[in-house]
Design a protein around this ligand. Structure first.
Ligand code: FES
Length: 170
């Protein structure tokens, strides 16, 4: 059960690509046609290290890969999997697309918002543990309602199961 590193929006930017992280990125370069093509994995590294991708971090990625900050920002904001603001240690995604909605996804989402203390979608719980987000089809429509907590995929979630599931994420 992996969790992201917690970060604050107003904390000064500390370079991500130094030492071990820079070495990991540079080790990828020979596997891609150009170093610019390493953008998506570079962004994952930032998110692993910091929990989210700030504007200064986007600028750092741009510099390391020889891209413009505007291009990097365009890619970050295109993909919902990248966080552009701080999130809780455990990022929860719940499918609320029609098939799951018909099977009670809305009630699961409400239970998640209540039991985590987040209160609303996109907000972080006061203890910093959770952020809940709704997503489109997670590809498990036969097992409504599926949720993801960090990289863990959990099927057939009901409102009654939510509290027990959350206990596994401190
Ligand atoms: S609609 Fe929910 S997993 Fe497909």
């Amino acid at each position: 059960m992996s969790g992201t590193t917690h970060g604050h929006a107003d904390a000064p930017h500390q370079a991500v690509f130094t030492g071990r992280v820079l070495a990991r990125l540079e080790a990828l370069f020979p596997q891609y046609p150009t170093k610019q093509a390493c953008l998506l994995p570079a962004l994952w590294m930032v998110q692993e290290e910091r929990g989210w991708i700030s504007e200064p971090a986007m600028a750092e990625v741009a510099e390391v890969l020889g891209l413009t900050p505007a291009y990097v920002k365009g890619v970050v904001t295109f993909y919902t999997m990248y966080h552009t603001h701080p999130v809780g240690r455990h990022f929860i995604q719940v499918c609320t697309t029609s098939p799951c909605n018909l099977c009670g996804a809305e009630a699961v989402m409400e239970a998640l918002l209540r039991e985590t203390g987040c209160g609303e979608l996109g907000a972080t719980s006061p203890d910093g543990r959770f952020t809940v987000s709704e997503v489109e089809c997670l590809g498990a429509c036969g097992f409504a309602t599926p949720i993801m907590i960090n990289d863990d995929f959990i099927e057939s979630v009901t409102p009654e199961r939510v509290a027990g599931i959350l206990q596994g994420y401190k």
